[in-house]
Design a protein. Sequence first.
Length: 428
Amino acid sequence: MYDLLVVGAGPYGLSIASHAAAAGLRLRVFGRPMASWRDHMPRGMFLKSEPWASNLSDPDGRWRLDVYCAGQGVRARHGEPIPVEMFAAYGRWFARNAAPEVDERTVTRVTPCPGGFEAVTDDGQVLHARTVALAVGVLPFVEVPAALRPLGPSLVSHSSHHADLDRFRGRDVTVVGGGQAALETAALLAEQGTRVRVLARAGRLHWNDTPPPWERPWWRSARAPHSGLGCGWRNWFYAERPGLFHRLPEPTRARIAATALGPAGAWWVRERVEAAVEVLPGHEVVAAREVSGARVRLDVRATAGGVPSLRSLETDHVIAGTGFGATCERLGLLHDDLRGTLATVAGGAPRIGRDFESSYPGLFMAGLVTAPAFGPSMRFVHGATYTAAALVRGVRRRLRTGAPWAEDRAVPATGGRDLGGPVEAVRR
């Protein structure tokens, strides 16, 4: 039986694995390294975070992004975005050097069993571990507006469904959303010759400011310090003190997680959008249907001038750049008997303890799903550093104290074996 099973091999999973290996834990890591960055982001995208805030975490801090870039003859500079392809290559380099060997199979089910957990891979192998860390990234939590869900994938997709956008050359595409994914996708579409428009619910688009120089007069730094989430003391608190954030009252944490660092485009994509993309702020899709010619007709509510009105438009395809909703019910790889016991917070996310342990002892979580507990930094790579150290500390504590639920909680009579019912595989 393993001490720890890490499910997911993105920035969080690889960082956790690096810290766990250094702590001497017996572990296995499953997932395709950096899969979402390699397979679900079109060529030409850039990392929104600063290079110095985009490191995966190893205990000694040796395997940083700037070290990798230097080895490729590239200097990682403050204020200069890194291509997604380079970041994905950095993650694979980190996996080879700072983490134990990654098994690229997919874990399709995690079930409680006496003494720990049972995990089943996509080819049917069964493994057992005393603790599990779910670092499944964002892909299980894709959010598509309700009005668009009845349409098939030939007409509607999510921004994370595209490794490239070539299929849309010369066509008409409508992008829904006002955040970075929507706006950068729209810019890339326009630059390849696609006719594209953006529909955003907000009355205007929001853009991040150009970051100030790294070296500044001391008084400017004191007023608005740099942080992994941008300048300012509030961002500094979110980025650099997740443990203190966790001590805030739960309603306060939930409100901040839902509202802080809302949809906005990076400063370096603004000109590209404004020069080539039709932008319709204050527009919300209320209905969608297929029309002749395999096109989509969108019924849109517009709120220009404060007076709602309805209009319709037709398009060849709709891309929802509408983010992700991290809720327990979307953790389909957890057996129903396990998922159904998890305590949740407002919005449906799991309640997470101080060391990233869920309400089910021995089941740890990382990444986006922990943002309501530890703050906005968990939505970004920067949060992996705090998460990895704290989570492995929690795993070691759990291993020392044992797993009381093995005796105190009811375990299915089958001993944790498959109880039937649908199982959703998580792609990485």
